[in-house]
Design a protein around this ligand. Structure first.
Ligand code: MET
Ligand SMILES: [Zn+2]
Ligand SMILES: [Zn+2]
Length: 423
């Protein structure tokens, strides 16, 4: 009927127009939209899980394989996105406006509604093409809520369910990040976030008085040390000795002090409390105990009248105590298959990296399931969580082609026969 429904770009734009930004993500509309698109593709099955409340659904779409006894493939994306400030965008973040030169502007265009739709478009193409691919392994696509706020009511809970275990996932693909070069990027690990708030108390007093141990002074001493630590990390990056994602990052996100009255801060009163919040990202091999000691002893010492709160957003080690990293060598047969698929798609792959940010992949790596982060966006500026996030239409369409190869090869991978050939 409506021609627009049959155009992958329009379908992508319509998904982007569903506002799933925090703090009020409309998950229900997104799940309805994806479910109705999946229903147009023969043999796809959909299941909705309510892990916490009806307002936070998790959608699973399944393409059954011919040998259900083999471990399955899971393609993951999250439904939610971070907030956007419309007044600071050139185009409204939920209008999904496409410019004359093909840029599609929207919150979620890169992170990560692109891959969520591309998975489905690729499967649709695989089923339409003359090859009429039938997967050997079952392919699952998961659309999870709450990733941007830690995944606790999303993927973290899902992997704990019986239903997840029954999926028998052998390999997962999750989101990656855009590449500014001609090579696709792939990620074998994430950094892990800690949200750290430090609070200082101190003697209050008249704004005119100089004295030791005021709350803001106490806080600033800590902030200086933390910024010094940040500089040490960043200097390594600037000197080209480490990638951004290979060092521990410490970034201030809020500072709070002062007593307010009706017309602003009371200026002649030094406050008795002050606080600061930091986004800290630990590399997969960082020592968390060392970090905890540093915070307790140097950055928020009780003797300087300070307290702190560390919110660890997820695991740092798997159940065998190992860092959460997926092998990118011969020990991981999926790595070779993934490489073959990128080559078959005519793509080049950059050296595998640690992701600077964090994804739900950590919950699968914690279970020992090999997981790669991958979003097929090359020659694209990295705009996740930024104003004016956009994706070029041609890049989006090429990504569908890439996933056709990736899904075809992963789902037909017959590990036992490969092992036999190797003997
Ligand atoms: C707070 S868990 C991580 C959420 C988000 N993906 C980030 O990297 O910031
Ligand atoms: Zn994301
Ligand atoms: Zn994000």
């Amino acid at each position: 009927s409506d021609d627009k429904e049959w155009d992958p770009i329009s379908r992508f734009q319509n998904y982007l127009r569903i506002n799933t930004a925090h703090p009020k993500p409309n998950y229900t509309a997104a799940v309805e939209y994806l479910t109705s698109f999946a229903a147009t593709i023969p043999t796809l099955q959909t299941t909705i899980f309510y892990l916490t409340t009806p307002a936070k659904p998790l959608l699973l779409i399944t393409w059954p394989g011919s040998d259900p006894s083999l471990p399955s493939i899971l393609l993951n994306s999250h439904l939610d996105s971070v907030p956007a400030e419309p007044s600071k965008w050139q185009h409204h973040p939920f209008a999904a406006h496409r410019t004359g030169d093909g840029r599609i502007y929207a919150r979620g265009a890169q992170d990560d509604k692109c891959i969520g739709m591309q998975y489905l478009e690729a499967i649709r193409e695989l089923k339409r093409s003359s090859l009429d691919h039938t997967p050997l392994r079952t392919v699952h696509i998961s659309y999870v809520p709450e990733e941007e706020i830690g995944g606790f009511d999303g993927m973290m809970k899902f992997v704990e369910t019986r239903e997840f275990q029954d999926l028998n996932v052998g390999f997962m693909l999750d989101e990656g990040q855009a590449s500014v070069s001609d090579e696709f990027r792939v990620f074998y690990a994430d950094r892990s976030p800690w949200h750290v708030v430090i609070r200082a108390r101190g003697a209050p007093g008249h704004g005119s008085r100089m004295f030791d141990g005021g709350a803001v002074e106490n806080l600033m001493k800590s902030v200086e040390m933390m910024m010094k630590f940040r500089e040490t990390s960043f200097d390594l990056v600037k000197a080209g000795l480490a990638a951004n994602s290979e060092v521990i990052s410490v970034n201030p996100v809020f500072l709070n002090a002062g007593i307010k009255s009706n017309d602003g801060y009371v200026m002649n009163l030094q406050p008795s409390e002050a606080e600061a919040g930091f986004d800290i990202r630990l590399t997969p091999t960082a020592d968390p105990d060392l970090m905890r000691r540093r915070i307790a002893e140097e950055w928020a010492p009780a003797w300087r009248n300070m307290t702190y709160e560390i919110t660890e957003k997820g695991p740092l080690r798997d159940f065998k105590g190992r860092p959460l990293m997926t092998a990118t060598d011969g020990s991981n047969p999926w790595w070779a298959v993934f490489n073959q698929a990128i080559a078959a798609a005519g793509g080049k792959l950059a050296k595998p990296e640690i992701l600077a940010s964090t994804t739900d992949a950590r919950f699968l790596r914690q279970l020992g399931i090999p997981t790669l982060g991958f979003s097929p966006m090359k020659n694209t500026p990295i705009l996740l969580h930024d104003h004016n996030e956009f994706l070029q239409d041609s890049v989006y369409l090429e990504g569908i082609k890439v996933y056709e190869h990736v899904i075809r090869l992963l789902s037909s991978f017959d590990e036992t026969s490969v092992a036999k050939h190797d003997e």
